[in-house]
Design a protein around this ligand. Structure first.
Ligand code: NAD
Length: 395
């Protein structure tokens, strides 16, 4: 099958297995080029391991610290005439590369919110790995079936209180327009907290603790975003921001439990805004990212997921001492994004951007190339005219 990108709104409905594998190799090469991370974890569980920050965390763990990894994700395999989702191909490519390098790697493709997947993970960890030193919680999901009530909660990306109007871009069409998003009601807030808040992270940690599979001194980390005031109504102060506050609440609760048992730490890392399948779905954010990339690339401070995660592990989680935290107790690897000179430059460009000058004033080209790369397209060295086998079994 010859596979080409087919973009529909903010998703690409095709993915290229060879391109995804080449993208994985680029990330592995980057981590290896930075040298071994000392004091790293032995056994790592990554929940949300197939794309974005979770995948980059897994690559850093395996190739930066030589860790054994178990990856949990929810990806669709190929069907007749239709390639699999990129996370499927990413996970196969990662697993092949990790095993070839002598690192244990196992995968569970299933719903991380379910009791069943937690049970499967515990079986694999007990049988093949031993106690876990690092749990990365990196899920981004539009819905969650609650394992106890069976209720299906759907997360929303909405402001609270009043409607929010701002500029946005359709990255595919290159059209800049104004968008107004209506505020969420209390149900929308509660549902978003149920999906993207911290309850499921706590359930994972409780399940591992009960099975006595948390190693002494275990670290667990989950990811959040803050960003500039311009986006706060839709992010930090919106439904997703409420869920992220709940994630921070959960981190404190997990910390207290770990400390009560005499060891371990739970951390929140505030990460940079990056093109991912999750962030592409948030109104306004793709325009912000396009402007941000332009400015950070010009200053030489631009990072993608893998650079961010390598820095998180090397400079914060496993630097041989305690990580540097902000006043709210969080790691800040969004520090370069939030530098005043970067944010001032974004604010100066923001009102000037129109459909006509989008390519000149923003890095919309960089946004688009990062976006299709998520699906394995536009990766140098890959022959996209060649026939490729789309039906690959999970390892
Ligand atoms: P992503 O969409 O690239 O990855 C999400 C992962 O979750 C995938 O591995 C997917 O398979 C998995 N997943 C989703 N639903 C699942 C389910 N029910 N069961 C098992 N696995 C499931 O997302 P991302 O952008 O890497 O986001 C990861 C985290 O980082 C999120 O908490 C997000 O809020 C945060 N974050 C993202 C950004 C950004 O700009 N992208 C910035 C800061 C923080």
């Amino acid at each position: 099958m010859i596979i080409k990108p087919k973009i529909r709104g903010f998703v690409c409905v095709t993915a290229h297995p060879t391109g995804c594998a080449a993208h994985i190799q680029q990330q592995i090469d980057y981590v290896k080029s930075k040298g071994a991370i000392k004091h790293g974890p032995k056994n790592v569980l990554v929940i949300g391991a197939s794309t974005g920050f979770g995948l980059a965390s897994r690559i850093t763990a395996a190739f930066g610290t030589g860790s054994a990894t178990l990856g949990i994700f929810y990806e669709r395999p190929s069907e007749e005439g239709r390639p699999a989702t990129p996370g499927w191909y990413n996970s196969i490519a990662f697993t092949k590369a990790a095993r070839a390098a002598g690192h244990f790697a196992a995968n569970i493709n299933g719903d991380a919110f379910s009791d069943d997947v937690k049970k499967q993970a515990i079986e694999i960890i007990a049988r093949d790995m031993g106690p876990i030193d690092l749990v990365v919680y990196s899920l981004a999901s539009p819905r969650r079936t609650h394992p106890k009530t069976g209720v299906v909660h759907k997360s929303t990306l909405q402001p609270l209180g009043t409607p929010y109007t701002n500029k946005t871009v359709d990255p595919d069409k290159g059209v800049v327009s104004e968008i107004t998003i209506q505020p969420a009601d209390e149900t929308g807030v509660a549902d978003t907290i149920a999906v993207m808040g911290g309850e499921d992270w706590e359930m994972w940690m409780d399940a591992l603790a009960e099975a006595k599979l948390l190693a002494p001194g275990v670290t667990t980390v989950a990811y959040t975003y803050i960003g500039p005031a311009n986006t706060w109504p839709i992010y930090k102060d919106g439904t997703i921001g409420r869920a992220k506050l709940d994630l921070e609440r959960a981190s404190r609760a997990i910390n207290a439990k770990l400390k009560a048992h005499g060891h371990g730490r739970s951390l929140i890392s505030v990460n940079k805004a990056l093109v991912s399948q999750a962030s592409a779905a948030i109104p306004v954010v793709p325009l912000y990212i396009s402007i941000l990339y332009k400015i950070m690339k010009a200053k030489g401070t631009h990072e993608a997921c893998i650079e961010q995660m390598q820095r998180l592990f090397a400079d914060h989680l496993y630097n041989g001492k305690s990580p540097t935290l902000d006043s709210a107790g969080r790691i800040r690897i969004d520090d370069w994004e939030m530098r005043p000179e970067i944010q001032d430059a974004v604010s100066a460009l923001w009102p000037q951007v129109t459909t006509e000058n989008l390519s000149e004033l923003t890095d919309i080209a960089g946004y688009r190339s990062e976006f299709i790369k998520l699906f394995g397209f536009g990766v140098p060295g890959v022959d996209y005219e060649a026939e490729v086998e789309p039906h690959l079994p999970m390892l």
